[in-house]
Design a protein around this ligand. Structure first.
Ligand code: AMP
Ligand code: TRP
Length: 324
């Protein structure tokens, strides 16, 4: 059976980029069959978060998000990374067969340090923990965004080194990139928690109008014909609209003239789309928020299933390298 696995860091409120670039694929893959593992990368979050209360809130928010958006936890194993401590053991084993150069070449470490994140040992060895996450579950495919592709290749390299030293132990994983590679933020750059340009998936009412109101536009009048490719609002609307409605708005923007939509019209439509698209999920989130025991129950069930597989892999690795 094919195994799919991915993790998401609890680093803030899940935004449209996380949904269209990652979470939606995870939910869809789970419905297609195969073995699916999705987890909240809370150990990883310690490389950037030092506030325990905040970390707890964020972990809960990621859990609520997946469940509210419809992840079927009968079909997918959904859990918290730190509920499977075996990954820390595996991370150590992997680090002993990994050359320094492999991690020194990781671009995300350098990016993060350049952005002012403290260069701890944990931040440096983060790809070893991520490799353990991937290898612990015998993952075949890892659906991630382009920024994580190098880390999956590192996992593959580590698996190969371990297998070469100790015989067949780990399955070699492969990254699969999501079809929605890059959702832009309200400033036109990649939507990201760290750029302050994101729209929370469950934003609604006045705050939603306010954030959509801030989507970057220019001072061209509605009548002026425009290339739709350069209109950020249309790019965001494309995430929601039917191809027919999208083509219609684009045509009217391209033609310009009397009756062409202004940026204000596009903003009103975008607010409606976000409100409508996420309404059922927003309601489920509210219900789950009121029932923390249910969320814990789901995570505990996921942890149990995940752990069974990780323990088997850990035991195999220990045996093969001579620790058992
Ligand atoms: P992060 O929030 O960076 O930990 O990302 C969690 C997941 O969402 C990863 O698979 C990312 O590739 C994906 N993701 C984050 N931001 C975007 C974006 N702006 N567009 C598409 N996918 C994204
Ligand atoms: N590093 C990933 C991110 O920042 C999160 C993550 C941790 C992950 N372990 C993983 C993703 C294993 C895929 C597989 O988005």
């Amino acid at each position: 059976m094919t195994t799919y696995l991915s993790g998401i860091q609890p680093s803030g409120l899940p935004h449209l980029g996380n949904y269209f670039g990652a979470i939606r694929q995870h939910i869809a893959l789970s419905q297609q069959g195969g073995d699916n593992f999705y987890f909240i990368a809370d150990y990883h979050a310690l490389t950037t978060n030092r506030d325990p209360a905040e970390l707890r809130t964020r972990v809960r928010e990621v859990a609520l998000t997946y469940l509210a958006l419809g992840l079927d936890t009968e079909k997918a194993t959904f859990f918290r990374q730190s509920d499977v401590p075996e990954v820390c053991e595996l991370s150590w084993l992997l680090s002993t067969v990994t050359g320094m150069g492999l991690l020194e070449r990781a671009v995300s470490y350098r990016d993060k340090v350049e952005r002012g994140i403290t260069a701890t040992v944990g931040l440096f060895t983060y790809p070893a923990l991520m490799s353990a996450d991937i290898l612990a579950y015998d993952s075949n495919f890892v659906p991630v965004g382009a920024d994580q592709k190098q880390h999956v290749e590192i996992a593959r390299d580590m698996a190969q080194s371990f297998n070469a030293a100790y015989g067949e132990t780990f399955v070699l994983p492969e990254a699969t990139l999501s079809p929605t590679a890059k959702v832009p933020g309200i400033d036109g750059q990649k939507m990201s928690k760290s750029y302050g340009n994101s729209i929370w998936v469950f934003e609604t009412g006045k705050p939603l109008k306010k954030i959509v109101g801030q989507v970057l536009t220019d001072s061209r009048a509605p009548e002026e014909p425009k290339d739709p490719a350069g209109v950020l609002l249309l790019e965001l609307l494309r995430l929601f609209l039917s191809p027919t409605e999208q083509a219609d708005w684009e045509e009217r923007v391209r033609r310009g003239g009397e009756g062409a939509p202004g940026y204000g019209h596009l903003k009103v439509r975008l607010v409606e789309c976000i409100e409508e698209h996420f309404r059922p999920a927003r309601e489920r989130r509210a219900a789950l928020l009121a029932d923390p025991a249910e969320v814990e129950r789901v995570l505990a069930k996921g942890a149990e299933r995940a752990r069974a597989r990780a323990v088997a892999t850990r035991d195999r690795a220990l045996r093969n390298c001579g620790l058992r």
